[in-house]
Ligand binder design. Sequence first.
Ligand code: NAD
Length: 351
Amino acid sequence: MTISINLKRIIDDSYPLHIGPLPEINFEGKVAILTNPKVAGLHLQTLLASLKAKEVYIITIPDGEQYKTLATIESVLDRMFDHRLNRKSLLIAFGGGVIGDMGGFSASLYNRGIDFIQIPTTLLSQVDASVGGKTGVNNRFGKNLIGAFHQPRAVYIDPSFLHTLPSREFGAGVAEIVKMAVTFNAPFFEWLEENDLRDGDNLQYAIAKAVETKAGVVEEDEKEQGLRAALNYGHTFGHVIENETKYETYLHGESVAIGIVMANELACEVGLMSRAEAERVKALLGRYGLPLTYPISDVERFYQTFFLDKKSADSAITFILPRGIGAVEITDTIEEGTVKKVLATFKGIGA
Ligand code: NAD
C-alpha cells in the first residue's frame, strides 16, 4: 500500500533589502543579536539605539573564518536556549559574512527555524553574503559544505558601518561588485570604470546596483540549479588559491580578484573575451589595490585541486567564464590541455 503525503505549497519568502541609514527596528518578542567583539565594539551602540524590542540579548562569538564551524553553532544555540528564545523570537546577524552565514544557519536550526534579519557590516557582506539566504559553516572537507537555505525576513544595508572597515577588506568587497558587473551588467561595469567607490554617494549607488543584480539572480534560481552558479565567477580559481595558501595569504575577495583575472585569461583563450576587455577588468580591480596574479608553482597540482570544488564533484570542472563584459557562460567542456596552457602562463609569476 502506498499513502501519499501531499505537500505542494506556495511559499512567499520575499523580503526587503533596505539600503541607507539603519531604520528603527520594532519587534514585540525577544531578540538575540549575534555578533563578534570587534563589530560590537565599533557599532553595537548604533544598532541598539535603533532597536525596540521586548527583550534583547547579545550573543558574541570569536572573530574569524576559523570559527565558522558546527561547534560554534552549537554554542550559539545553547545561548539561545539559555535565553529561552521561542518560535516567535528573532535573531539579528550583525557583522560580516561569517556572522551572517552563522546567524542564518543558527536561525534555521533553532526550534526548526525562526526568523532572522541580516545587518551586514562589511562591503562583501553588504553586496553579496547577506542577500539570498545561503547560510552555513565550514568543516575539514571544505568551505560552506554544511548549511541550509534560510531566507532572512529583511536585510538592512547601512553603508555608514563601512567607515571603520580596513582598506583590504574594502577591496575584497569591491572584487564581488566587479564580479556582478562583469557577469551581468555592462553599463554598471562602465559606470564603475568612471566613478570612484571611495566616494560615499558612489559607494551607495554601487552597493544598490550589486544587490539588485544579486537579488535578480536569486529570484531566478534560489537553490543554485543553474544561473546562480554564475556568481561563482572567479571563485573556481580563487578556491584553489585559498586552498594552496591555506587561507592565510589572501582575503576571500582578494583570491576572487585573482580568480577573475585567471578566468578572463581562459575566456580569452577560448575566444569568449577580448584581450582589451580582460585588461579593462584588471585595471578596475587594480585601482582598489587588489592582487592580480598568483605564482602557480605546480600546474598539475593546481589543476587537480579544482576537483575539490563542490561544483566540479563529478569529474568535469565547471568554469564560469565571462562572455565579453556583461554576460556569462557556465561550461564544463573546456579541454584539460587548454586550461593547463592558461595556468602555465601564471607559472612563477610574482604576486
Ligand atoms: P568577515 O565576516 O570575516 O569580516 C571580515 C573582518 O572584518 C572581520 O574581522 C570582521 O570582524 C571585521 N568587520 C566586520 N565589520 C566591520 C566594520 N564595519 N569595521 C571594521 N571591521 C569590521 O568576512 P566577510 O568578507 O564579510 O565575509 C566572508 C564570509 O562570507 C565567508 O565565510 C564567505 O564564505 C561568506 N560568504 C557567504 C555568501 C553567501 O551567499 N552566504 C556569499 C559570499 C561570501
